[in-house]
Design a protein around this ligand. Structure first.
Ligand code: ATP
Ligand code: MG
Ligand code: MG
Ligand code: MG
Length: 514
């Protein structure tokens, strides 16, 4: 019998609480109260960060949870691929178990394998595992202990693959707790043979191999001088993608074909009367545009509901606002049904409310917040389309700019008209491009379009230098009103700002000479 998503989640929690003495800890809100360095909670470990840093006492020695995660922006920005593949979402649930100074590598691997083979009944022949290959520069040895553990648990050596720092070494930041990890990957098409032979077959949407579970072994500390020392007490931090697990257990090659998403697709279809979801991806030969819109809208409806229910506001979080507006655009323009996004909220709550009761409690508030944002967005578009109509009579060649996507375009274009006679060599200078971004919110794509319309070039190199300088300055604690402690990080930053400024001045001089 195929397990439902609910049963899959419950099985995970029960396995660790009932069979292995873990305590269940609720998901934290997606608002990062526990970690101001990220825009959203993006992993189960966020709420335990201070335990790893040694500044908080662990709630229990063994913990299990399912965490609401959002990956939009920052180190984990999965937004750009959402809808294009079948296994990255902006909002997803991460199932995790933790050992705070209790069990370590062997038990962690044993338990993971026991759960996958036993209660989840997965054939281990469909699994690949990875281990840390070591890094000479950092002076960290390969994690052969991990390799040996997987060997002793019955994995053939050719399915235990070494990877470097990027995939298999986890660090919290430039200093602090860190360690090697081991990842469990699933083979969706084991009949295709060895992983190395068919790496090329892996494509978006229908990846044959996907990462399922990441087990991190926090055993080192990286010191301020860059050196690595052993931690006195070692921890385990794991995270498994719930939707990916559901796809595996329900014999689907895409997360979107599980009972987590199909009720949302049914809702979209019955509210909008659009043709039914057919499951095609951008790499398919047939037209996948509608199906991609189905996926993006369903994904974004979950993200928006989770964030709003946790008290995040579109006014205060531009990333949330962008995702929300994208969902409104798809509702209106692809499914031609203005209120589709709000109508999906009860379905999201139906699938997630049991695990996260705060979503059920806030359902009405979420619907009202979406209605409000819809109104704000509509007014904005009306006023900018009025302005745009005027601009069009003045400048008919702007006809094919999608102004709705970029309300700042009109004022930006007016300013461009005022300044253009000063631009040398038929090139829009980098400083001006930066102003278009900073003041009018133009993306690189929109100002390139502008330049194309006007048959001009863009000084992109200078523009990018301006952007990095602005980013550096924004990090400077003295500018942002912080305490301005003159620590090493601050000195490095200052130095980089000076360098970036010198680089810009150098470029200016070069331009002047030419
Ligand atoms: P990937 O390489 O597939 O992007 P990751 O290495 O970034 O995944 P981790 O940070 O290790 O992911 O997170 C632990 C687990 O969470 C992953 O093994 C995966 O199953 C799941 N996961 C990560 N990102 C997403 C996402 N955007 N949507 C759904 N599940 C995800
Ligand atoms: Mg990732
Ligand atoms: Mg990965
Ligand atoms: Mg990973």
């Amino acid at each position: 019998r195929v397990l439902t998503a609910r049963e899959i989640r419950k099985t995970f929690i029960d396995f660790f609480t009932v069979n292995h003495d873990h305590k269940f800890v609720r998901s934290s809100p997606v608002v990062p109260f526990c970690d101001p360095t990220v825009a959203f909670v993006n992993a189960g470990m966020n709420q335990f960060k201070s335990v790893f840093l040694g500044t908080a006492v662990p709630p229990y020695k063994r913990v299990v949870n399912s965490q609401k995660c959002v990956r939009v922006g920052g180190k984990h920005n999965d937004l750009s691929v959402v809808g294009e593949d079948g296994y990255h979402h902006t909002f997803f649930e991460m199932l995790g178990n933790w050992s705070f100074g209790d069990y370590f590598k062997r038990e962690a691997c044993e338990m993971a394998l026991e759960l996958l083979r036993g209660p989840y009944n997965i054939d281990p022949a469909r699994l690949y595992v990875t281990y840390f290959a070591g890094d000479n520069l950092l002076g960290i040895p390969a994690d052969m202990e991990c390799f040996e553990i997987w060997r002793s648990l019955g994995f053939p050596a050719e399915r235990i693959l070494p990877f470097g720092c990027k995939d298999n070494f986890w660090e919290m930041g430039p200093t602090g707790p860190c360690g090697p990890c081991t990842e469990i990957h699933i083979d969706h098409r084991p009949q295709l043979g060895n992983v190395n032979e068919r790496a090329k077959l892996v494509n978006a949407g229908r990846a044959d191999l996907t990462e399922l579970w990441n087990l991190v072994f926090i055993q080192y500390n990286r010191n301020a001088d860059g050196g690595i020392t052993q931690l006195p007490s070692k921890h385990v931090d794991t995270g498994m993608g719930f939707e990916r697990l559901a796809a595996l257990l329900q014999n689907k090659s895409s997360n979107y074909d599980t009972d987590i998403f199909t009720p949302l697709f049914d809702g979209i279809q019955s509210f909008s009367k659009a043709p039914a979801y057919a499951g095609s991806y951008p790499d398919a030969t047939n037209n996948a545009l509608l199906d991609t819109s189905y996926r993006i809208l369903a994904d974004h409806a979950r993200m928006v509901t989770a964030c709003l229910a946790d008290g995040m506001l579109p006014d205060q979080n531009q990333k949330l606002r962008r995702v929300l507006r994208k969902a409104l655009n798809i509702s209106e323009h692809v499914f031609v049904h203005e209120n589709l996004l709000s109508q999906l909220v009860p379905i999201v709550v139906e699938t997630l409310g049991e695990a996260y009761p705060e979503m059920s409690a806030k359902q009405q508030a979420v619907i009202e917040l979406i209605a409000h944002e819809q109104e704000v967005y509509k007014n904005l578009r009306e006023s900018s389309s009025k302005a745009f109509a005027e601009v069009l009579t003045e400048f008919p060649n702007l006809d094919d700019i999608d102004l709705m996507e970029c309300p700042g375009f009109v004022p930006a274009y007016r300013e461009f008209q005022v300044q253009r006679s000063k631009f040398p060599n038929n090139t829009i200078p980098g400083e001006f491009l930066y102003k278009l971004t900073d003041t009018y919110g133009l993306t690189e794509q929109s100002f390139l379009k502008l330049a194309e319309l006007e048959n001009m070039n863009c000084d992109l190199e200078r523009y990018r230098a301006e952007v990095s300088l602005a980013k550096l300055k924004a990090k400077d604690p003295q500018r942002t009103g912080g305490s301005g402690i003159n620590n090493e990080a601050h000195r490095v930053l200052q130095k980089r700002i000076v360098e970036a400024q010198a680089h810009l001045t150098g470029q200016l001089a070069a331009t002047d000479n030419s």
